[in-house]
Write a protein that binds this ligand. Structure first.
Ligand code: 13P
Length: 337
């Protein structure tokens, strides 16, 4: 298959009505934090056990089109001794890989951060592809205050995201472009809208500069919400604010927008996505690429015990099904019980 056909086939598999992406690409420190919350020490065996369990959930592929993996998981076998990418393929799910190396402070820009990982990325992409990855993710992180993010942070992170996306496409890997505007802080929903608009506009400037093919990428933005130290906005307010920003800055050529959950509860993240999809037709498919909002119930059900396998898979499928319903605006809170 040509590189171009490979990209388009992957987009077709990933961007489907009623389906979204499961972000299970937590780095070692992050997964350790999630496991600690349910009383489990993070070891390679425990990570394998938990991730094998959720990925082998029967019928997961009805609601999940892709899973983003961490490097370790891409090379691991499941509890049934099948390679994890093969297990996912057998579920009709596309395996993907987080390729950035995490964030550090941006020099000379107090309070801003920059994502590392471009050096050697071309070689790593070839390896990941040979291991079965067909799409990738790179996360840029933006803190909000009255003055942050700075111009430097907007430009530097956009440049990294665009160079990453161009490299991915050159080897037939679909890039997920993730500019995450953090929920942390006391900012208003209006300030979140202002920052998200500036961030995403700058990202598309850079994508154009680097000739990234917009039809062969997925955008993974934050929803526009007030900061987590403020009173919450209603789902309708979040939906309207988010859509206003996206309409202004995301070209219709982009096939899919898959939101991160960013600290929203599973119910909030589902309700907010549902509200957007209740507001009629959009130029892009609006779906999810949740980490915490998909996995929290499954992690609680697991609590580090293999005996809880059925409860884990039940919780996983339930959350995926409800998020799937939110993709068509057919989710109702009473479906939770
Ligand atoms: P959350 O949905 O937990 O924010 O995770 C999504 C993700 O992939 C962050 O990079």
């Amino acid at each position: 298959m040509s590189i171009q056909n490979e990209l388009l086939a992957t987009i077709q598999d990933l961007v489907q009505p009623g389906k979204g992406i499961l972000a299970a690409d937590e780095s070692h420190p992050t997964i350790a934090k999630r496991f600690k919350a349910v009383g489990v020490e993070s070891t390679e065996d425990k990570r394998r056990e938990y991730r094998s369990l959720i990925f082998s959930t029967p019928e997961l592929g009805e609601f999940v089109s892709g899973v983003i993996l961490f490097e370790e998981t891409l090379g691991q076998n499941s509890l049934d001794k099948v390679s994890i990418p093969k297990l996912l393929e057998s579920q009709g799910i596309v395996p993907g890989i987080k390729v950035d190396k995490g964030k550090k402070p941006l020099v000379n820009a107090l309070g801003d951060e920059i994502t590392y990982g471009l050096d050697g990325l071309d070689d790593r992409l070839e390896i990941y592809k040979s291991q079965g990855a067909r799409f990738a993710k790179w996360r840029a992180v933006y803190n909000i205050s009255d003055t942050l993010p700075s111009r430097q942070a907007l430009e530097a992170n956009a440049e990294m995201l665009a160079r990453y996306a161009a490299l991915c496409q050159s080897v037939g890997i679909v890039p997920i472009v993730e500019p995450e505007v953090l929920i942390s802080g006391g900012h208003t929903i209006e300030r979140s809208a202002e920052v998200n608009e500036a961030v995403i506009a700058e990202v598309f400037n850079a994508l154009r500069r680097h000739r990234v093919q917009l039809e062969a990428m997925i955008l993974k933005p934050s929803m526009v919400t007030p900061g987590n130290e403020c009173a919450k906005a209603s789902a309708e307010e979040v939906a309207e604010a988010t859509l206003r920003v996206l309409r202004r800055v995301v070209p219709a050529a982009v096939p899919g927008i898959n939101f991160l959950s960013g600290g929203q509860t599973p119910e909030e993240a589902t309700l907010n996505l549902n509200a957007m999809n209740s507001l009629g037709q959009h130029p892009w498919i609006l779906s999810f690429s949740y980490g915490r909002a998909l996995q929290e119930p499954a992690q609680k059900a697991w609590a580090g015990m293999l005996d809880n396998a059925q409860a884990v898979q039940h919780a996983m499928l339930k959350r995926a099904r409800l998020c799937g319903a939110a993709c068509s605006g057919s989710y109702k809170p009473d479906m939770e019980s």
